[in-house]
Design a protein around this ligand. Structure first.
Ligand code: PEP
Ligand code: MN
Length: 333
């Protein structure tokens, strides 16, 4: 339920309304806009007497929210949320390029890719240290050692780092990672989401392999309901019957999410298509659809990459994508 207050300055009446709602056992999310204040009520609102609230002097309107996600709902927070990742901002008028290898393979590899993607226009560096592989016999990532090399690359380039967490047991190892990724396979690992809700770090929440947009927003809600509102959503393709691409990039999710939520939305055309030559056109399309950023796999030697070489761009190809996307941004913004 949301209560829109009249544009007035009676702080006392407002506070007593908030106290009264809290006494009913509900949480109140306050969103201050230009000239309006919106109170978002979270919890079982069936006990709330809507007519009574409507009759209050300070209240402009009261509406029930049909969707099950509340904190993530744009009705709760009409303005775009700006998520600050160590000084790099997502959302609003900002656009960011996250680039780097699927997995961190060595210090030399990740530092050199970091330098090259930075030169090409990347604003954050990605690299998997803990890899969710379909086969237990495939390279599983360098783990904590991989995080160490990523930090070295950050030291050299100044780029904030993004890496995937697979278990809440490792949260302390990610303390110094700027943006923690929850991969597609863990989008509904609710225990992990709850733990990530208790820390104060930006989370990059990828869409599950076969999840609806609503389920995805409910996963964001899991993190937000524990107190962490720093979430960036990432569309990375979903499973369909189409075998010519690794997944099917659901770009209509971008404008839908822009309506439904205030959280920033980025697109990963690498995992969505699985084919490097499709990354450039789909990056262009993602920008045109209104995305707030891109996540692109870049490797200096894709043919010998330990993971996802077929979908990885070379740094010079990534540079071309950045140029294209900046041109499109100029047109649409
Ligand atoms: C990744 O980003 O390397 C990754 C494993 O992505 P996803 O969870 O989208 O498959
Ligand atoms: Mn990958």
């Amino acid at each position: 339920m949301i209560i829109t207050l009249k544009n007035q300055k009676d702080i006392e009446q407002r506070e007593s309304l908030i106290d009264w709602i809290k006494d009913l056992g509900l949480d109140v999310h306050i969103s201050e806009g230009v000239g309006t204040t919106i109170l978002g009520l979270i919890g079982d609102t069936s006990k709330v007497d809507i007519d009574l609230i409507r009759s209050l002097d300070i209240v402009d309107s009261v509406n029930r929210i049909q969707e099950p996600f509340k904190n993530a709902n744009r009705k709760f927070h009409p303005a775009d949320s700006i998520i600050d990742v160590s000084g790099v901002k997502f959302g609003g008028d900002n656009f960011q390029f996250i680039a780097g290898p699927c997995s961190v393979e060595s210090e030399k590899q990740v530092v050199s890719i970091a330098e090259e993607v930075k030169k090409a226009g990347a604003t954050l560096l990605r690299g998997g240290a803990f890899k969710p592989r379909t086969s237990p016999y495939a390279f599983q990532g360098l783990g904590v050692e991989g995080l160490k090399y990523l930090k070295k690359a950050r030291e050299v380039t100044g780029l904030p780092i993004v890496s995937e967490i697979m278990s809440a047991d490792f949260i302390s190892d990610f303390e110094d990672v700027d943006l923690i990724q929850v991969g597609a396979r863990n989008m509904q690992n609710f225990e992990l989401l709850k733990e990530l809700g208790k820390i104060n770090k930006p989370i990059l929440l990828k869409r599950g392999l076969a999840n609806t947009i609503e389920e995805w927003l409910m996963s964001a809600e899991y993190i937000m309901s524990e107190g962490n509102e720093n979430i960036i959503l990432c569309e990375r393709g979903i499973r369909t019957f189409e075998p010519y691409t690794r997944n099917t990039l659901d770009l209509s999710a971008v404008p839908i999410l822009k309506e439904k939520t205030h959280l920033p939305v980025i697109v990963d055309p690498s995992h969505a298509t699985g084919i490097n030559r499709l990354v450039r056109p789909m990056s262009r399309a993602a920008v045109a659809s209104g995305a707030d950023g891109l996540l692109i796999e870049v490797h200096n030697d894709p043919q010998h990459a330990l993971c996802d070489g077929a979908q990885s761009l070379k740094p010079e190809q990534f540079a071309e994508v950045v140029v294209d996307c900046k041109k499109i941004l100029e047109v649409i913004r």
